[in-house]
Design a protein around this ligand. Structure first.
Ligand code: ADP
Ligand code: MN
Length: 334
């Protein structure tokens, strides 16, 4: 795969006249889309990037045939094309410049701006996912055809052949995130064979959503090179196999300071009171883990300050929705 492309990537590219800008956006079914345009200048900031358009109907963003706007909101280094090429993460807007239904970033951003100065919210998300056979999406990567691997036990943080599957993809993804400028914090193999997790954060405010979506994009795109598919489905394999979540760690300035434990405990009480609301917001289709709860991590209890961990969001959660709701309940007392 790599070898076929290599000679083309060695062709010289003008560092100022031929920049490839790959625009990336979220479609109406929370899947990622992308397309590329050439820029005849090196963009230094997001405001220099031209707004673009795409077909709303073909991306499930509109019911009827109409164009939508791609509004550049964050720029990343492009780990696939390298050099001066860039990935441009975009919000989607309708023809009248109102936001599309699936553009949940817009209101999240307003809420984050509202509380930024007083609370300085930080988020960190533990994204779990599974790798699936590129030819058979019912089969996790490396599982035997028509059968099952041995029961769960040896796989979590596992090492060795037949204990982990797809490590090349995980390694490639880690480096690609760092190169791109996505704030990846770590990775590990999970409980079900072929299930993995990476953490993004801690990120202030809206950046958590942007970086998590970009990390998801990078993972899909890298797995494509290996002819493997990625699923964020919270229950990809029926039966006695581990589901997948997206634990969301949250802190405010007061929680991170000495004596923060009292603030964390009061936040937990607010979350308890609003449990039903959070579950509905987190996943209107009912995928959030109702039985899971909010936890104070061991280290935080020992220190007496730090952050809380909301274990309810499922792996296919929308970080803009979850993080907006946490701030609304904890900081705005809604
Ligand atoms: P778990 O023990 O649940 O597996 P992880 O170690 O996977 O937890 O993830 C915990 C995450 O919390 C890490 O990514 C870490 O960067 C993040 N974190 C640490 N301090 C804070 C903080 N003050 N606010 C928000 N997130 C934080
Ligand atoms: Mn966790």
């Amino acid at each position: 795969m790599m070898n076929r492309l290599e000679k083309y990537f060695e062709l010289k590219q003008s560092p100022t006249k031929n920049i490839q800008a790959m625009y990336v956006w979220i479609d109406g079914r929370q899947q990622l889309r992308s397309k590329t345009k050439t820029l005849n200048f090196q963009p230094k900031s997001i405001s220099e990037l031209p707004t673009w358009t795409t077909d709303g109907h073909s991306t499930y963003l509109t019911e009827i045939n109409s164009e939508i706007y791609l509004l550049p909101i964050r720029m990343y280094n492009d780990p696939f094309r390298g050099d001066n090429n860039r990935l441009i993460f975009c919000e989607t807007l309708l023809e009248d410049f109102s936001r599309t239904k699936s553009n949940t970033r817009h209101s999240c951003n307003l809420v984050m701006d509202m509380v930024a100065k007083q609370h300085e919210p930080w988020f960190s998300i533990e994204q779990e996912y599974s790798l699936l056979d590129g030819n058979d999406r019912n089969k996790p990567l490396g599982w035997p055809t028509g059968g099952f691997p041995g029961p769960q036990g040896p796989y979590y943080c596992g090492v060795g052949t037949n204990r982990v599957f797809g490590r090349d993809i995980v390694e490639a993804h880690y480096r690609a995130c760092m190169y791109a400028g996505v704030k990846i914090a770590g990775e590990n193999a999970e409980v079900m064979p072929s299930q993995w997790k990476f953490q993004i954060g801690p990120c202030p405010g809206i950046l958590i959503g942007d970086d998590l979506w970009m990390a998801r994009f990078l993972l899909h795109r890298i797995a494509e090179d290996f002819h493997v598919s990625v699923t964020f489905d919270p229950k990809s394999i029926p039966g006695d196999w581990n589901g997948a979540g997206a634990h969301t760690n949250f802190s405010t300035k007061a929680m991170r300071e000495k004596g923060g434990m009292a603030v964390i405990e009061s936040a937990c009480k607010k979350l308890e009171k609003n449990h039903a609301k959070h579950i509905v917001k987190y996943d209107p289709n009912g995928g959030a883990d109702r039985s899971a709860s909010v936890r104070i991590p061991r280290q935080v209890a020992d220190d007496g300050y730090g952050y809380l961990e909301d274990r309810r969001p499922s792996s296919n959660m929308d970080p803009y929705v979850v993080c907006e709701q946490l701030v609304r309940t904890i900081c705005l007392n809604e």
